[in-house]
Design a protein around this ligand. Sequence first.
Ligand SMILES: Nc1ncnc2c1ncn2[C@@H]1O[C@H](COP(=O)(O)OP(=O)(O)OP(=O)(O)O)[C@@H](O)[C@H]1O
Ligand code: SF4
Ligand SMILES: [Mg+2]
Length: 369
Amino acid sequence: MTQAGSKGANGVPAPILEVRDLKVHFPVTKGAVLRRTIGHVKAVDGVSFSIAKGEVLGLVGESGCGKTTIARTILKLVEPSAGQILFDNQDLWTMDKAEELGYRRRVQAIFQDPYSSLNPRMSVREIVGEPYLIHESGLGRPEIDKRVRRLLEMCGLPGRMAERYPHEMSGGQRQRVGIARALALNPDLIVCDEAVSALDVSIQAQIINLLQDLKNDLGLTYLFIGHDLSVIKHLCDRVAVMYLGKVAETGDSEILFDEPLHPYTVALMEAIPVPDPETEAARAHQVLAGEIPSPLNPPSGCVFHTRCPFTVPLCRENVPQLEEIRPRHWAACSEVASGRVDPRAQQLAPPLSSTQFPSAGISVSPTGR
Ligand SMILES: Nc1ncnc2c1ncn2[C@@H]1O[C@H](COP(=O)(O)OP(=O)(O)OP(=O)(O)O)[C@@H](O)[C@H]1O
Ligand code: SF4
Ligand SMILES: [Mg+2]
């Protein structure tokens, strides 16, 4: 499946990153001496998407649906069980050493908790300058110091902060240091895994604006992982909604948020409270019932069938594939694809009873947090 953002032929930029039918299954072992595999956690189970140069793709879904595992696989910290990841058309797992070094320069990451991702024993100068010592070992100290100060200033920090240590900074300042470090080697793609989730709302807005400005000024491409749908909507050109290791729906951000197709996306959006109390009271909330099932033993057929208010017997057998239901808008739901269900218009059936599905009946937040 080729999705939006990957049309090289007709003027739209070709993808810088392509994830093709990616599977990451972690073995679960038993026994202290004779270890044997008793099952697999299907953290990522057949995910495909692409990101065009200069684009921001948002990855969203409840806790445990596989977002970080995808990020770690793109960063080559985890090996895929199957599938491919291509960067500039090159398979990440067929690169020679020089190509791999080049890849590690061109793809950087920003993580959720800047405090734990920054070495507390290193000064900001050492943290931000470290990539130069690894990748540009010929640079002298004065040049590195000059570059570090420039990077800090680009990220809204005074150059003198270079002498501070992470514990001497606020959370927002630390995240700016993390961004400065990610920018040091002039990357093309930055994987932002919950990069603003740990910050206060006002600081969050500042960091989002900074990420947006940097993207425009430097022509960056982001894979932006988050759980706050309003942040994703604000920042991302396209969105992929994940559920239990699979993409449930993907499309242009504006269209997907205005007219979601998949029952899971509709339920996620329904669960977002509206700030105005009167509007909020008037809204008919569909509570997403039950907990996300275990990826060790995912449900048969459509993995969402244990929580979906539209489940029909076929959903327990058939695995729905992503289908382009509207232009540039894909959903993996056989009932929506056939036109039998429109989750936004239809009166929702009551959630399945707990005797039908043992986990049903428990309310969760949109992100499971
Ligand atoms: N190294 C590992 N070994 C075994 N299971 C793992 C490993 N890493 C992740 N998992 C499991 O894979 C699933 C997906 O985890 P992942 O961290 O990718 O989810 P996530 O979507 O990033 O969640 P969150 O929103 O909480 O960050 C989870 O069930 C997790 O427990
Ligand atoms: S395929 Fe069936 S269970 Fe899955 S989302 Fe569609 S209606 Fe719900
Ligand atoms: Mg995560």
